[in-house]
Design a protein around this ligand. Structure first.
Ligand code: CO
Length: 206
């Protein structure tokens, strides 16, 4: 426990700094949260959601898991999605993966990692769907980078296919679903250019 005291020290210093900059900051947040964005990202410690887009507490609803997956039977992710869209009314759902993702690398390495292999099978499924394109890439790093992108797009489509998004669009709610990739090497985000903004958009893509 002693070794964690620095985290409490840092927390106190952070809260003090926030209050100095904006004395009403915490009081305001206790009353309401009205984030515009839902972020679905990887658990990787090098990809901290709020920090890389530089937004304050209260601005972004966040769900993270290994490999930034949205699995059709994952009540955790689906509940976050439903709450964010229906209750909080977010305008943007951002699926953000990253190059150098350990989950993507592990999904392809054919080694046993324990329980997590079952989770990573979802990434393996993405690989199988795009086997021809991916196997044509001789450079292993390029193959992994492309699989990171294809995995993000697969999850973007899973978000779009969910009842939550289909119902939101059917009642005319404006929700945009984006696929972004983060590069650990330079700290920059890139839009994969596949944003889906409604049912017409979606039907054209699927
Ligand atoms: Co990752």
């Amino acid at each position: 426990m002693k070794s964690l005291s620095d985290l409490f020290d840092r927390n106190r210093a952070w809260a003090d700094r926030m209050r100095t900059k904006d004395p009403e900051f915490f009081t305001r947040l206790t009353k309401i949260q009205k984030p515009k964005y839902l972020w679905i990202g990887c658990s990787d410690s090098r990809v901290p959601a709020n920090e890389i887009v530089d937004v304050l507490p209260g601005e972004m609803f966040v769900h993270r898991n290994v490999g930034n997956l949205v699995v059709h039977t994952d009540m955790n992710a689906l509940s976050v999605l439903q709450y964010a869209v229906e209750i909080l009314g977010v305008e943007h759902v951002i699926v953000c993966g990253h190059y150098g993702c350990g989950g993507v690398t592990a999904a392809l390495d054919l080694e046993r990692h324990g329980l997590i292999d079952h989770w990573l099978m979802h990434i393996w499924d993405v690989y199988r769907r795009h086997k021809n394109e991916l196997d044509a890439l001789r450079d292993h790093d390029k193959k992994l980078r492309r699989l990171c992108e294809l995995n993000i797009l697969a999850q973007l489509y899973n978000v779009c296919e969910s009842n939550t998004l289909q119902d939101a669009w059917a009642r005319g709610q404006r929700v945009h679903v984006h696929g972004w990739v983060y590069d650990l090497a330079d700290g920059r985000l890139r839009d994969l250019g596949q944003t889906v903004s409604g049912p017409e958009d979606w039907l054209r893509r699927r």
